[in-house]
Design a protein around this ligand. Structure first.
Ligand code: NAD
Ligand code: TYD
Length: 339
């Protein structure tokens, strides 16, 4: 098969490319990315000499370019990771989220229809379901939970999901959607909670915890997410949505304290800052459908995954330092300077 992976130079996309190349040596992977601030070609360094792999720098919103790529390559399968992905940025500037996450997805689906793609897989998020109350530990997101978004980011992802459903029903495009909980692991951009806290702790910079740190996220190691996408896009039922999560709920403050402990740093580095606007309280996934239909099970517990991830960031300081110089410092000052 020839597979187009969009957003391939980002966090999950790059992990996914490595996994595909290792697990499916019979397939060809075309990795596409616009290389925005979040996309880093260095993330794909390890596969640039692989004959199964090629890279193209392209904007998923650019209809003309996307159509000529699809005409030339005749993909069997498209998996769309490309997105603006950070909630805090979406609160500051929603427009680009609508452009990339909604319009970009529609351009890819138009191209998929026009050039006979056999399956289009949309990488979505559990954030489309909104949030759950902190005190109701018995409640989980299922695939039937109504879409009920909070941030411009989650609203743009939910809009894309609705469009995917529309292309399936109206035009007969073969689609699948995965909705995963928060990921962690190698190559995550250090604006997100876990790599940001690791980086700050290592440099004795205060760790900015929003509100009281009691918001709960359901953490999944990126490799478990990638294995789930692999199963869904190859074997999932057409038109279906699959939730992905491994029952690893943690309050933010617990995650931050775990990181400090492993790095041997003092909890006095924790600084409670102004809460995020519209901050979702709790995410928690029910992954039964994926487990029973496709036999997926997570391989990581949070305890082993977070330990390995902290070690990865310690061993890849150069990668982090490059990203956290320049533009990132301006972003950091803007978001945290007066918080
Ligand atoms: P990321 O921000 O690390 O990567 C996104 C990639 O998309 C970047 O490489 C960026 O350059 C690229 N991109 C952005 N705009 C583009 C455009 N117009 N054309 C082509 N490429 C473009 O994000 P991530 O964390 O790897 O997330 C990937 C996908 O997974 C997203 O769709 C996100 O909504 C979804 N998701 C993420 C998580 C998570 O915890 N990170 C959880 C569930 C779902
Ligand atoms: P984040 O990694 O941005 O993912 P998402 O908002 O998509 O869940 O944030 C995870 C949680 O950590 C979220 O509840 C917000 C919180 N958070 C902080 O407390 N401080 C920070 O500096 C960041 C980036 C996030």
């Amino acid at each position: 098969m020839k597979i187009l992976v969009t957003g391939a130079a980002g966090f999950i996309g790059s992990n996914f490319v490595y996994q595909q190349l290792a697990d499916h040596p019979e397939d060809q992977i075309v990795a596409l990315d616009l290389l925005t601030y979040a996309g880093n070609l260095k993330n794909l360094d390890g596969c640039k000499d692989n004959r199964q792999f090629s890279f193209v720098k392209m904007d998923i919103r650019d209809r003309e370019a996307i159509y000529s790529l699809f005409e030339k390559e005749r993909f069997d399968l498209v998996v769309n990771f490309a997105a603006e992905s950070h909630v805090d940025r979406s609160i500051e500037d929603p427009e680009i989220f609508l452009q990339t996450n909604i319009i970009g997805t529609s351009v890819l689906m138009d191209a998929s229809l026009k050039y006979g793609v056999k399956r289009f897989h949309q990488v979505s998020t559990d954030e489309v379901y909104g949030d759950l109350p902190l005190e109701r530990k018995d409640l989980f997101f299922t695939e039937e939970t109504p879409l009920h978004t909070s941030s411009p980011y989650s609203s743009s992802k939910a809009s894309a999901d609705l469009l995917v459903g529309a292309y399936h029903r109206t035009y007969g495009l073969d689609t699948t959607i995965s909705r995963c909980s928060n990921n962690y692991g190698p190559y995550q951009f250090p604006e997100k909670l876990i790599p940001l806290m690791i980086h700050n702790a290592e440099h004795d910079i205060p760790l900015p915890v929003y509100g009281k740190g009691l918001n709960v996220r359901d953490w999944l190691h990126v490799s478990d997410h990638c294995r789930a996408i692999d199963l869904i896009m190859r074997n999932g039922r057409t038109g279906e949505v699959y939730n992905v999560g491994g029952h690893n709920e943690r309050a933010n403050i617990e995650v931050v304290k775990t990181i400090l402990k492993q790095l041997g740093k003092d909890e006095s580095l924790i600084t409670y800052v102004t809460d995020r606007k519209g901050h979702d309280l709790r995410y928690a996934i029910d992954p039964k459908k994926l487990e029973s239909e496709l036999g997926w099970q997570p391989q990581y517990t949070f305890d082993t995954g977070i330990k390995e991830t902290i070690e990865w960031y310690q061993q890849h300081r150069g990668w982090v330092e490059e990203i956290t110089s320049g533009d990132y410092m301006q972003y950091y000052e803007k978001m945290y300077g007066n918080r």
